[in-house]
Design a protein around this ligand. Sequence first.
Ligand code: ADP
Length: 257
Amino acid sequence: MFTLGVDIGSTTSKCAVLEDGASLTVTSIAVGGMGTRGPQEALDAVLAQAGLTLNDIASVVATGYGRARCPWTELQASELTCHALGAHMVFPGVRTVIDIGGQDAKVIALNGQGRMKSFLMNDKCAAGTGRFLDVMASVLQIPVEELGRRALRSEHPSAVSSTCTVFAESEVISQLANGVDLDDLAAGICASVAARTAALAKRLGVVPPLCMSGGVARNAGVRAALESALGAPVLTSELAQLLGAVGAALYAYRKQH
Ligand code: ADP
């Protein structure tokens, strides 16, 4: 039996197909979240790869910011539930999930069985989210994919101390004008996001093993800075950005049983 999870985020749309709630068949990510062609493109890609049509799917569950407007299902699950389920499937035994997406950051505590115990979220401010990184990458005129690699090369990370994205943008522009090295700025930017998320994690309680989910997990600079701020390894996977969709597909399977 195939189930489909659809995660419609603020910046990307993700799909995952599971077979019998256990084996991950295929996944897809499309640029563009709610209100764009992203969801349709992610769906088309995942079905084409799996060689399936929507008629072959027993159940579809939507999650993410745009879940209420998913055209293919009325079944929804919260992002917290789905990231917890997806993280437990991909990282069995994980106890703390740090999810940094395009417009919010969440820290989720799991019990030993993978159930969510508690969480804390920053959805009030762009600082500490993927949006902050996207804005700063455009100030540096580099793709956001490059920020992490550059940050890891830095030997003297710059300090980006403003806690507001708009002020931090001015701060980075003036450091650029003063000739601060791009790698050092990238490291300061990644460290700033990591510091905010680490503070959230410390408030909730940092119980290892820890993992990252969400698109910012693909930024090795943020992950390294998080590890040093928390003093613990942070697991990641190629599937990190897809954990919400994987969790939604698993939720869809469990709803049938
Ligand atoms: P949402 O679910 O809100 O749409 P995602 O979890 O997909 O957000 O995360 C989007 C964020 O992930 C972007 O804002 C960007 O900063 C980051 N990101 C996405 N792809 C990459 C990549 N290849 N390398 C580094 N960062 C990335």
